[in-house]
Design a protein around this ligand. Sequence first.
Ligand SMILES: Cc1cc2nc3c(=O)[nH]c(=O)nc-3n(C[C@H](O)[C@H](O)[C@H](O)COP(=O)(O)O)c2cc1C
Length: 286
Amino acid sequence: MRLDTVFLGRRLKAPVLIGAMTGGAEKAGVINRNLATAARNLGLGMMLGSQRVMLEHPDAWESFNVREVAPEILLIGNLGAAQFMLGYGAEQARRAVDEVMADALAIHLNPLQEALQRGGDTRWQGVTYRLKQVARELDFPVIIKEVGHGLDAATLRALADGPFAAYDVAGAGGTSWARVEQLVAHGQVHSPDLCELGVPTAQALRQARKTLPGAQLIASGGIRSGLDAARALSLGAEVVAVARPLLEPALDSSEAAEAWLRNFIQELRVALFVGGYRDVREVRGG
Ligand SMILES: Cc1cc2nc3c(=O)[nH]c(=O)nc-3n(C[C@H](O)[C@H](O)[C@H](O)COP(=O)(O)O)c2cc1C
């Protein structure tokens, strides 16, 4: 069964993106090139990690430079919404995309993570207005994403009249930045309830589908198997994105990342087959 899908005007061999993770450090360069090589070999898309470090320290550019190994993949750059409240504008957004030859930019909303980070940015009043303002000046697709606590319906409503190409719900249930930040700050989790805060991915997808019926949705946050991917597609996602499970294989080699993704895609193929679907469009109900 073919799993081809078109996302942001580009054909992917399966409805799968490598999730936004890393950049900056030397190891990050190895990880990104291994992930990009796997994406190239399998015909998938890739989201880069936050490029703030690259804009502020040009030496970090090399770690985001994946076009050398993957000139053709759908490549999505990344910046934090908080930065656009602190002086970033269309110029920085354009640099993030142009300097790595990306096709689109994802802007992440991560209020819970920032609230738990030492020195985190908590000036969020008016952020949706600001993101719409910036996106209107850009001539490439802009995606809005969370980082693992879920885009909620109120946020989506506030963004609805913006020119956004897609939304990655990045729901709760996978990587918890509330947990990571507590471990980083204190070496232990003081507020376990906060770790689970947010909209779980399945619920976030349902809400997003209802709030923005025509929007292109990416499902991420705890997508761990092809079966999870099939469920997310049936809830209306255009594509899924996987972050955390790819980190270790990508540290190892491009072959390890590719093997992980091949198995994931085969699981998705089997799940669609036993569900009686002929292709990805059918499982989405289209
Ligand atoms: C190590 C790591 C680094 C991440 N860095 C970023 C980032 O820089 N920008 C971003 O938008 N999301 C970042 N994320 C969030 C992921 O893109 C994703 O939305 C989230 O982890 C949920 O997916 P998962 O459960 O498959 O990990 C990161 C995730 C991980 C695991």
